[in-house]
Design a protein around this ligand. Structure first.
Ligand code: ZN
Length: 310
């Protein structure tokens, strides 16, 4: 039985805050939002400086860390950390900080192993934006190779201050979920970049409203996040596409479902949807990023089937 964690309540509050941010920012939290930290016992507590990996705020009573961080890999530059997912061990590999094994950050990391406390892990997807993975537990500590293994738990069952109680099967499932989320974030980033953050239908360029849509369902979540299976769409056109109220044929022509074309409603319907019927989508400049006509056709056939006529 692991020793009682004197910081359990602080961890619960931190975890709730991190989860809220993840939801608000669609699973990719900007560093500015994380930088605000969270309120605990009338004080602002920091999630970390986001310049180093291991963080234990000064308000904590125990020795164990609160958060871990992996910075995003900047394309074309060497990885700042070599952290990675280790599917065989159902774990994330995380490295000690450089320097002595007993320097404060490494001590806080190793104490998290001794105490079996739930940690919050910020995984950098692109510079300045993080995916929140929690709870994670240090389940192996290897001072020789200077690395630990992090296993992902379930928020409800593993955050009660009793250490990690979920079964290995559940942990494997939780890690696969993380992998899927990472894959989705990479897809999203690649698609938005290819379309220069504009809706391919209406050209809206508000980052908070433009999203990456799949043309057909992602067959291989572990594979390459294929831009050719994506379209950048604003929230309304994304939903319209997903619900088969709008189709895009293999030539890139926009079709609004007949049901909506015949309807009379305010300016949003007229200008936001009906007005784009028969128009063409704006394609990415690079040929290799353009939507795959085979996938478009497959998807368009479904639209025709469901919406009646094109
Ligand atoms: Zn749009």
């Amino acid at each position: 039985m692991a020793p009682t964690d004197p910081d359990h309540q602080l961890r619960v509050v931190a975890s709730q805050r991190a989860r809220e941010l993840g939801q608000r920012y669609d699973d990719l939290v900007p560093v500015a939002a994380l930088g605000e930290g969270f309120r605990y016992e009338n004080e602002r507590v920091s999630f970390g400086s986001f310049q180093k990996g291991i963080h234990r705020p000064r308000q904590m009573r125990g020795a164990a860390a609160l958060t871990l961080l992996t910075a995003a890999r900047v394309p074309g530059r060497p990885a700042p950390y070599e952290d990675e997912l280790d599917l065989e061990n159902r774990a994330i590999v995380y490295h000690y900080r450089a320097g002595p094994i007993d320097q404060p950050d490494n001590r806080a990391l190793r104490a998290a192993y001794d105490m079996q406390v739930p940690l919050i892990y910020f995984h950098g997807v692109v510079p300045g934006q993080y995916m929140v993975v929690q709870p994670v537990f240090v389940t192996r500590d290897d001072p020789v190779t200077r690395r630990v293994l992090l296993e992902v738990g379930l928020p409800i069952s593993d955050f009660r201050g009793e250490g990690m109680v979920s079964s290995p099967d559940v942990r494997e499932y939780a890690l696969r979920e993380v992998r899927l989320r990472l894959h989705q974030q990479r897809f999203r980033q690649n698609v938005l970049r290819a379309y220069r953050h504009r809706c391919t239908v209406c050209a809206l360029r508000e980052p908070a409203l433009v999203q990456a849509a799949h043309i057909v369902e992602d067959a291989d979540a572990g594979g390459i996040a294929a831009v050719v299976n994506g379209l950048a769409l604003c929230a309304i056109h994304h939903l319209a596409y997903d619900r088969n109220l709008m189709g895009i044929d293999p030539e890139g022509v926009v079709h609004i479902a007949r049901r909506l074309r015949d309807e009379r409603d305010g300016p949003m319907l007229r200008e936001g949807l009906q007005g784009f019927h028969g128009g063409r989508i704006v394609l990415p400049r690079r040929l290799e990023n353009r939507p795959d006509p085979v996938r478009l056709e497959q998807r368009f056939d479904r639209f025709v089937e469901i919406s009646g006529a094109a």
